[in-house]
Design a binder for this molecule. Structure first.
Ligand SMILES: C[S@@+](CC[C@H](N)C(=O)[O-])C[C@H]1O[C@@H](n2cnc3c(N)ncnc32)[C@H](O)[C@@H]1O
Length: 210
């Protein structure tokens, strides 16, 4: 398979990179428009989700992002300038290596290889020492496995309670394939973070301080 980096180098050499970059950029805005005009029925494309992460970070003045499920690090890269510090955890070694390479030139971004269920408590200990709230982008799952219950357990036991928690791909939360249902999560949140609001919008659960 021809790698994207190689295509980019060829386009730069041919002096047509600028043109293709802009076409690519506007193509994605057209996809957002299509999603909007179709009544937001499909899950929003990633541009919209990244915008949500940036908006919450700005609204709650959050310095640190903790992402679970890095995949190839594209969302991490897209939101990197919004945060002063980023931890992102990926279980799959191939994706981890690709993300690490993509993000190695940003010293404030730490890509960690492993299971978020095991690693998140250690990062939370570190955050506790720093003493400020974080934005969590909880996205560690496959179609049949989700780390969400253990991740939330770790966050609930953390002394800082004014974090912003965004849970992606809520369309999977149907109670099937070991996924919790949305009412189950809402109950968990109201029991463990009673001073938080719980909202579901555009395929993302948003849990924010009241
Ligand atoms: C939907 S993708 C994440 C997309 C990414 N956050 C983004 O916005 O581009 C889910 C990722 O979670 C990873 N994953 C699944 N279970 C995990 C776990 N327990 N810990 C860390 N990563 C996990 C998968 O390997 C996959 O790369």
């Amino acid at each position: 398979m021809v790698r994207r980096g190689k295509i980019k180098k060829v386009l730069i050499k041919l002096k047509v990179w600028w043109f293709f970059k802009h076409i690519y950029h506007y193509y994605h805005y057209l996809l957002v428009l299509k999603w909007f005009l179709r009544g937001k029925k499909d899950p929003p494309i990633y541009i919209t989700k990244r915008k949500v992460i940036k908006e919450y970070a700005k609204q709650y003045k959050i310095y640190t992002l903790i992402e679970t499920g890095t995949f190839k690090g594209e969302t991490t890269k897209a939101v990197k300038d919004t945060f002063g510090l980023i931890y992102t955890i990926e279980l799959n070694e191939v994706y981890f290596e690709e993300a690490k390479k993509r993000l190695e030139k940003y010293p404030h971004v730490q890509v960690i290889h492993g299971d978020s269920e095991k690693i998140l408590p250690d990062i939370l200990d570190l955050m506790n020492k720093m003493g400020h709230p974080c934005l969590f982008w909880l996205d560690a799952h496959t179609k049949t496995i989700t780390a969400i219950r253990e991740e939330l357990k770790a966050i609930f036991s953390h002394p800082i309670k004014d974090n912003v928690i965004l849970i992606d791909d809520v369309r999977f939360f149907t109670g099937e394939n070991n996924y919790p249902t949305i009412p189950e999560l809402e109950k968990l949140i109201s029991e463990n973070l009673p001073n938080s609001n719980f909202e579901v919008k555009d395929d993302i659960i948003r849990i924010c301080p009241k």
